[in-house]
Design a protein around this ligand. Structure first.
Ligand SMILES: Cc1cc2nc3c(=O)[nH]c(=O)nc-3n(C[C@H](O)[C@H](O)[C@H](O)COP(=O)(O)OP(=O)(O)OC[C@H]3O[C@@H](n4cnc5c(N)ncnc54)[C@H](O)[C@@H]3O)c2cc1C
Length: 453
């Protein structure tokens, strides 16, 4: 039995562990990755000799600081890398640790599981050579690989310009950065963004400036038409804001519409959810410190997208909540300051979600032949046919049962947001219902799931 378990050794989990260790506690810190740091501050294997200063740019100092802090923390926590939490049964975590099945009981659980890309399908998106933007970054930071030599970045996200800069710095040619949100919408959100987090805004603008200086084409307000290629990606076809069809030759595409919290573990841990119309996502309910229910705490991008600084502050905040619940009164000024910082940075991301919008109309207009669930080979048309049946499904879980959409290896983590929009069919996303989380939250061998705990 462990008193406190933290899932996720990114900025949120590391900060939480620091606060707990400072009070003499020794939490378990699990992460499925081999090295701590999480997604944004992902640490490459030591023998890769990647130039992280160049790759991280203006964030190199924060990157180095987090890894230094983790090294100082490491002897004080029960750190378990390569340990995937794939299910939660009551107060038991089911783990896959270095390929072996284990269980771990806990008193208090802090989930800081981070985020993943939100993707919208388009014709041809299952061709080899299409990656998510985050996946393209993982290939680079984790393995020192580029997804292609001439890469198109498509979607709507500040990460498009950032990832394109990282790829350019590492020698790739950028075919185009194509954003589906019109430029005018971005301009309209500038005052709000400037007010909340001017430094973060300037950082984002500098990535766009770097693209323009490098002569990279940046288009706004595009309509993606198709990924083309015989057997693998050869071109991206889109309609630009002026209504012209344009084809960009490329050998890889990085696709992404911002990030969505990884909430499956929170779901299995019995958190309650509410629909958030701003993000068009169902998100776990938490109080101001990150409590979801007695004994369950949620922090970082895994509960609300906020960026690395908000993740750190919310991790510390959740740790203060744990200490308070253990009967150790906390410095109210410290807690208030952290809460204000988290609130401001999450509000910034909420505005950002308007500047880089999730393309609901584009998804609603997808043709029947487009593949929606690539794990189970379910098309948009099959989902629409299921919805049209008499007494047919009215919400996502029934559609899933009838079509197997969202029932495959990714458990709806990839197709779920687009499925929600197809089922909502132009209505408020809440009308589609919430795709329930199921174990295993990530693919594992059947033999592991069947092993006695
Ligand atoms: C692919 C990707 C790339 C990104 N790149 C950048 C970037 O370049 N610059 C930038 O500013 N922001 C980037 N971001 C956003 C940035 O990651 C976050 O703002 C920040 O890292 C959030 O910190 P966190 O601690 O909440 O989560 P994370 O840093 O994501 O850490 C979560 C940790 O939880 C672990 N985890 C998740 N599920 C499980 C499980 N079931 N069992 C065990 N461990 C688990 C993960 O392995 C991960 O280490 C990126 C996000 C993603 C998803």
């Amino acid at each position: 039995m462990a008193d406190i378990v933290i899932v996720g050794a990114g900025p949120a989990g590391i900060s939480a562990a620091e606060v707990l260790c400072a009070k003499g506690l020794r939490p378990v810190l699990t992460d499925e990755g081999a090295r701590a740091g999480g997604q944004g501050y992902r640490r490459p294997a030591d023998d890769l000799a990647l130039d992280m200063n160049r790759l991280m740019g203006s964030e190199a100092g924060k990157y180095a600081a987090l890894h230094r802090r983790f090294e100082a923390l490491r002897p004080k926590v029960d750190y378990r890398p390569r340990t995937l939490v794939w299910a939660i049964d009551g107060d038991q975590l089911r783990l896959l640790r270095d390929g072996r099945a284990e269980t771990l009981a806990f008193d208090r659980l802090l989930i800081a599981s981070g985020a993943m890309d939100r993707v919208a399908p388009l014709p041809g998106w299952t061709l080899p050579g299409v990656f998510t933007v985050g996946g393209a970054q993982v290939a680079l930071k984790d393995q020192g690989c580029l997804i292609g030599s001439r890469v198109a970045f498509l979607g709507s996200s500040p990460l498009l310009a950032l990832a394109a800069k990282q790829y350019r710095d590492m020698g790739a040619e950028i075919a185009v950065i194509a954003d589906t949100t019109p430029f005018g919408v971005k301009i309209a959100t500038l005052p709000a963004l400037l007010l909340r987090a001017p430094r973060t805004l300037l950082r984002g603008i500098s990535y766009m400036g770097a693209s323009l200086r490098a002569g990279t084409q940046m288009l706004h307000g595009v309509t993606p038409l198709a990924v083309e290629g015989a057997g693998r990606v050869e071109a991206l076809l889109l309609r630009d804001a002026q209504g012209r069809e344009r084809r960009f030759a490329c050998d890889a595409i990085a696709l992404g519409y911002g990030l969505k919290p990884e909430t499956q573990l929170a779901d299995l841990a019995q958190a309650e959810f509410a629909y958030d119309p701003g993000f068009r996502l169902h998100l776990p309910k938490i109080d101001g410190l990150g409590r979801a229910r007695p004994g369950l705490y949620l922090a970082g991008d895994g509960v609300r997208i906020g960026g690395a600084d908000a993740a750190e502050a919310s991790g510390a905040l959740a740790a203060h909540a744990i200490l308070t619940d253990l009967g150790q009164p906390q410095d109210i000024e410290v807690v208030r300051r952290l809460a204000r910082q988290v609130e401001r940075l999450r509000a910034f991301q909420r505005d950002l979600a308007r500047a880089f919008a999730w393309p609901t109309a584009q998804i609603a207009a997808l043709s029947d032949s487009v593949m929606l669930c690539r794990c189970e080979n379910v098309t948009v048309g099959e989902v629409r046919a299921a919805m049209a049946k008499e007494l047919g499904p009215i919400e996502v879980n029934r559609v899933k049962a009838m079509t197997r959409c969202g029932m495959g290896r990714c458990q709806g983590r990839v197709c779920g947001p687009a499925l929600q929009e197809i089922v909502a069919a132009g209505r408020d996303g809440a009308a589609a219902g919430r795709l329930r989380g199921q174990a295993p939250v990530k693919p594992i061998a059947l033999a592991v799931a069947g092993e006695p705990a």
